[in-house]
Design a protein around this ligand. Structure first.
Ligand SMILES: Nc1nc(=O)c2c([nH]1)NC[C@@H]1CN(c3ccc(C(=O)N[C@@H](CCC(=O)O)C(=O)O)cc3)CN21
Ligand SMILES: CC(C)C(=O)C(=O)O
Ligand SMILES: [Mg+2]
Length: 289
């Protein structure tokens, strides 16, 4: 670790020649995200699970990358996020962290790796920081997990919270459903304040009515990161395969598809296959003598 490459004491935004318009020029720290909130500047977050895509997002100026437990779906092919393990997540976190120079890398704690006790939560968080070289961790839940968040932050590890539709609780929540309608909105505000009080540096709001997300965003000093939570959150996150159109399945309504990466890859694979079958590949320039 060198002070030079980490730009100690320098703001990551708006200084020097920024290769990515609007993106950070120095390593992102949690306090920078709070400064963006104070300045009213929304920021993007994407998931990442491997070295090449993480490097692309880092160069594109995405300040925060989440190695989500959505890897259960996007990498490992499970139907839900519940089966993915710490052992399956750690190599992905390492791969992402190794390839970024600016982005803050947040590791999602998988189901079962923190719920048991604050001690278990801290032990797992330490593994993600030590073995995964993550910069922060994320866990799902509100007031009932405030002690878990506090145990981790007290050890010096930044924690991102996650409220609303929390996929690790989908069997209890009754499927993919909007959370926080009616009286549940007040409960969610209380949960968000408890996470902030416990030391969380940001809170993801997933599938939350826009007015509730707006209220939480204005009541919290720490940033909110929306996914299906309307335009008033301080940040927005999407799963990258949904956003880039690699996911061939039906995407949730909150997804906007910015590209057809699936179509590009399918076209490349078809062309490669046709050229092998037609003996056009390899051409002379690909051959060694
Ligand atoms: N690829 C992917 N994208 C995600 O956003 C994502 C994951 N995986 N895995 C973990 C969780 C699960 N999440 C999900 C998954 C599906 C819906 C969904 O299908 N929503 C539908 C409603 C479907 C229904 O009513 O049954 C929607 O239209 O929003 C929402 C959130 C968000 N996360
Ligand atoms: C969708 C985001 C917030 C997440 O938790 C994940 O990718 O696992
Ligand atoms: Mg997750």
């Amino acid at each position: 670790m060198t002070a030079v490459s980490h730009g100690e004491g320098q703001a990551p935004y708006g200084t020097g020649a920024a290769p990515a318009p609007g993106g950070p020029t120095k390593r992102v720290r949690v306090h920078h995200l709070r400064e963006l909130k104070e300045r009213g500047e929304p920021w993007p977050m994407l998931t990442a699970y491997d070295t090449y895509t993480a490097a692309i997002f880092d160069q594109a100026g995405i300040p925060v990358l989440l190695v989500g437990d959505s890897a259960a779906n996007t990498v490992y092919g499970y139907q839900t996020s519940l089966p993915v393990t710490v052992e399956e997540m750690l190599p992905l976190v390492r791969a992402v962290t190794r390839s970024v120079t600016k982005a803050l890398v947040v590791a999602d704690l998988p189901f079962g790796s923190y719920q048991v006790s604050p001690e278990q939560a801290l032990t797992t968080a330490v593994r993600f920081m030590k073995d995964g070289q993550a910069h922060a961790v994320k866990l799902e839940g509100g007031r009932r997990f405030a002690a878990h968040v506090e145990a981790i932050t007290s050890a010096g590890v930044p924690v991102m919270g996650h409220l609303g539709f929390t996929p690790q609780s989908e069997h209890n929540l009754g499927g993919y459903r909007v959370q926080g309608r009616g009286d549940a909105g007040d409960e969610m505000v209380a949960d968000a304040l408890a996470l902030q009080e416990a030391g969380a540096f940001a809170v993801v709001l997933e599938m939350v009515p826009a007015d509730v997300a707006k209220r939480i965003t204005s009541e919290l000093a720490i940033p909110t990161v929306g996914i299906g939570a309307g335009p008033d959150c301080d940040a927005q996150v999407l799963v990258w395969q949904d956003m880039a159109g690699l996911n061939q399945g039906k995407a949730p309504r909150f997804v906007k598809r910015y590209a057809d990466v699936g179509g590009v890859i399918a076209g490349a694979a078809s062309e490669f296959a046709a050229e092998v079958r037609g003996r056009q590949f390899p051409a002379p320039e690909h051959v060694f003598h």
